[in-house]
Design a binder for this molecule. Structure first.
Ligand SMILES: [Zn+2]
Ligand SMILES: [Zn+2]
Length: 332
């Protein structure tokens, strides 16, 4: 083991494993113990934060889900650009320090023999002086989702699709509740804008856009919840897909359980469900609103994104060094 390898603060003492010398680099977290993650999916790249005390769960399975798009991938591919930068700097430091020390060790006690015709001189310089690793501050926490299945915490900055740890097994009801809780805040946020900005957002269709976006989440969660409940009670898998329309969902529920799934809703809640119905297909229990095809056109793709992605999206970034995995340098 070469001695006196000095590494910057934030890196562990180097260790030798066979022909490799390894060290690990710490990942800074905020004052509450949360550190950043970034979705590796290029169309998403959502930023979120997870707690250091719970992250061993991701290491155990090797997987993490994006809370915004649901993609499930190798947890090591969720590094933020700042973490990649810090990790790469740590890798360089380890390589340079190791190379420097190996050279010093190799020439220790070396003397060129007189008369051999070749004269070699090696003057070891001062030991490698480590350069400090780049550091950064994580984004401020706005809201924290707590998963009812295990109490996993995630600081999120977008509509919730899945718990980062539970992924496709996130209780659908938790997603539904979170989406419904966010809707009034989202719409209310417009009210705090200066009058001129508010008028501009409204003129650009911002209000229905915000409502639609959040409603899409609620609708997807209803579908997922109904489907899981139906299967969980042991009802046979339906040959056709009744879960993509509230009308057909209600029909299926009547056939399977002899009950109206929307019977317990208030008139306002009926309206919310109806908003998501494809035009012209409302049932007697739902008021027709010719607004959108959210239920059919938008909800489905990302509802299933988390499930269909399982195990198949671990992307090409696996060579990226991991934050808490050993960084290694082979002296060959
Ligand atoms: Zn994502
Ligand atoms: Zn969870």
């Amino acid at each position: 083991m070469p001695d006196r390898i000095t590494l910057p603060d934030g890196m562990s003492d180097p260790r030798r494993h066979g022909s490799e010398i390894t060290s690990s680099v710490s990942i800074p977290s905020d004052e509450d113990g949360f550190f950043g993650r970034e979705c590796p999916e290029q169309d998403c790249l959502a930023y979120f934060k997870l707690h250091g005390d719970e992250y061993h769960l991701a290491k155990q399975t090797g997987l993490l889900s994006c809370p915004s798009c649901g993609i499930r991938a190798n947890h090591e591919t969720f590094m933020t650009p700042e973490q990649v930068q810090r990790s790469n700097a740590a890798m360089r430091e380890l390589a340079q320090a190791t190379a420097h020390q190996l050279l010093r060790d190799a020439f220790k006690g070396f003397k060129s023999r007189p008369g051999s015709g070749v004269s070699l001189t090696f003057k070891p310089g001062p030991p490698h002086r480590p350069r400090p690793l780049p550091t950064y501050v994580e984004r401020e926490t706005v809201r924290t989702f707590t998963c009812p299945a295990g109490g996993h915490r995630a600081v999120i900055y977008d509509r919730l699709v899945a718990c980062p740890y539970c992924g496709p097994d996130t209780p659908p009801r938790a997603v539904l509740d979170d989406n419904l809780a966010v809707l009034p805040h989202l719409l209310g946020s417009l009210e705090h804008l200066p009058a001129k900005d508010k008028a501009e957002v409204k003129a650009l269709g911002g209000e229905p856009a915000i409502a639609e976006r959040t409603l899409t989440g609620a609708v997807a969660a209803i579908q997922s919840s109904a489907k899981d409940l139906h299967a969980g009670i042991g009802k046979p898998v339906t040959v056709w897909n009744p879960w993509q329309s509230p009308t057909r969902l209600a029909q299926q529920w009547q056939a399977s359980f002899g009950a109206d799934p929307f019977a317990g809703l208030t008139p306002e809640e009926h309206n919310v469900v109806a908003l998501a119905s494809p035009a012209g297909t409302s049932s007697s229990t739902m008021a027709a609103r010719p607004m959108s095809g959210i239920w059919r056109s938008q909800a489905t793709p990302w509802l299933w994104a988390g499930r269909s992605a399982t195990g198949r999206r671990s992307s090409g970034t696996s060579s990226m060094p991991s934050p808490s995995w050993p960084t290694s340098s082979s002296p060959e």
